[in-house]
Every structure is written in structure tokens, then in C-alpha cells.
Design a protein. Sequence first.
Length: 141
Amino acid sequence: MTNVHWELSDMSTKIFGSGWWLVLVGLAVGGVLGAADLVATGSSGRALTDVAIVAGYTILLALFRARSDTASVLAGAPVDERFESINLHALAGAGVVAGAVSLGGFVLAEVTGHDGSAFAILAGAVGIAYIGGVIWYRWRL
């Protein structure tokens, strides 16, 4: 029984420790996007393009992460503390942009008389995630 556990552990280390997990996630996300596009439009070309873009991006990151510190950060494996800090700053900036765009989109939709519910949901998700993150990390760190 312990040999089976060791073999599974060794296999998971080879997949998840190697960076190829990113490709598997990319294929899964691309597959979901492609399937959604296929159902919505009926275009298999668009569906394959969705899969190719997401999977191609993750394959490039997996291939170049050993050669490029930037690619390693984008692949979710910062090489040192400096790149961890760069990653945290980039994530914070992305969160600010997401919040500003969602709030701005909501205001613009309301002013022009359009339905702003999608923007409101996104703005609420960003706000709840931020508040939840502050509470979680205050408790954990």
C-alpha cells in the first residue's frame, strides 16, 4: 500500500512540480471556453481558437519559465523574493484596475440607461474579495 502512495506522490510531483500542471489547467480552461463558444455560436473554428489561445499561452509559459524570470512569475513560480514582490505588486495593480473598470462601467451604464448589473456584480466581487482577503490574511499572518 505504501508503494502505491509513493508512486502517486511521485507522479503528482512530476506533474505539479514540473510546471506542466499549468498546461493542464490551460487545456481545461481553454476547453471550457471553447465549449461555451461552441454552444453559444455553433462555430467550431472559434471554439478551437479559444482552446489554442489559452493552451498556447500556458505552453509558452511552461517552456520558457526555466529561461525567463518573468515567465516564471507569470507561470506562478516566482524565482526569489524580489519576483514574489513584483508578483504581489502586479496583482494589487490588477485588482485596482478591475475595481476601477467595473465601477466606471457600472456608472457609465447607469448614466446611459443601460443594464449595469454585470458591472455591479464584478465590482461587488472585487470588493468582497478584497475585504475577505484583508480579514483572512489578518487572521492568518
